[in-house]
Design a protein around this ligand. Sequence first.
Ligand SMILES: [Fe+2]
Length: 384
Amino acid sequence: MNFEFYTASQIIFGEGTLSRTGPLASKMGKKALIVLGGGSLRKNGIIGRLTEFLNSAGVKSGFYEGIAKEPEVETVDRGVETALGFGADLIIGIGGGSVIDTAKAISGVVTNGGSVRDYLEGVGTGREITKPALPFIAIPTTAGTGAEVTKNAVISSSEEKFKKSIRSPYLIPKAAIVDPQLTWDVPPSVTAACGMDALAQLIEAYISKKSQPFTDALAIYGIPYVARSLGKAVKNGNDAEARADMCLASLLSGCALANSGLGAVHGIAASLGANPGIPHGLACGILLPHIMKINMRFDLRKFAHIGEALTGKRFESEEQAAEAGIEFVSELAKETGIPGDFRQFGIQPELIPQLAEGSKGSSMSGNPAVLSQGEIEGLLGSLI
Ligand SMILES: [Fe+2]
């Protein structure tokens, strides 16, 4: 058995840990570029608190803000210019997965040069990250992507219609600060979509062809946290225990997937995200039970573990346990308001071959079942 395992050098988890950012940042640099999204983190005072913590530790703050939805090539390239202009020696990304991905890509391109496009898998010039990135602290404010501990950033182009990764162990954040309190204001629909993303990541990391003992341990341990707490976090955003459970599940999923890869749910979700622009978590939530059904026979033992982890029950046969797991995921999706299919998005059937082709990115290589173009087209056809 051969394997490698990479993760962030330091993970700080718990309510109120945002205050740890100042002392931590002061060990890494003197000028921090803070990357953030829309204005909600300013309105609810989180950015004010963060800059105070940095200030009192002697770290100066600069800002690159307004990162909306999925980051584009230009979003990252402008951020690199901002970082260079400010003279940043440290990057802090605070927000959802898109913000953290933007900040992560900036931290790598600043020290390696060029445009982020050069480094993107499949569409770039084949250039690689060969030098360490600027020190990067990731602070997630949603519980879903696990981007605070992964080594890739997903970058899109709405013009060229792609969604591809820049990937390198150098891109793993130096530190992740996971403060569940920061997720309390996330609205129910986003909580649901992010939570289903975390669940899809745990399940796909566990059954991936590239899984290994460390990723197995993290992924299977994370699954019951989603099972017991996603519904509660969607119903009551101030349920501190449920929010913390979801942050932990998301963090575990990130640690696992960075080392095991993912599968068909993420392969197809990437394709649906690039062109019709279907939000990532929603696509994952809709696809997950269908892909589980397809994959079940390829690793019945692991699917039985998943069924037991989700339901907290024991079953007479592996088959029954696996099926109970799939049923549980379908019910959880329904309970949290995830649609049963993609009909509401009005995807044109003519687009299906192209969508299926676009699904065969790097995530797909970890999927237990090898899916043909025809099988992916068939699945998409039944869901749109
Ligand atoms: Fe994901």
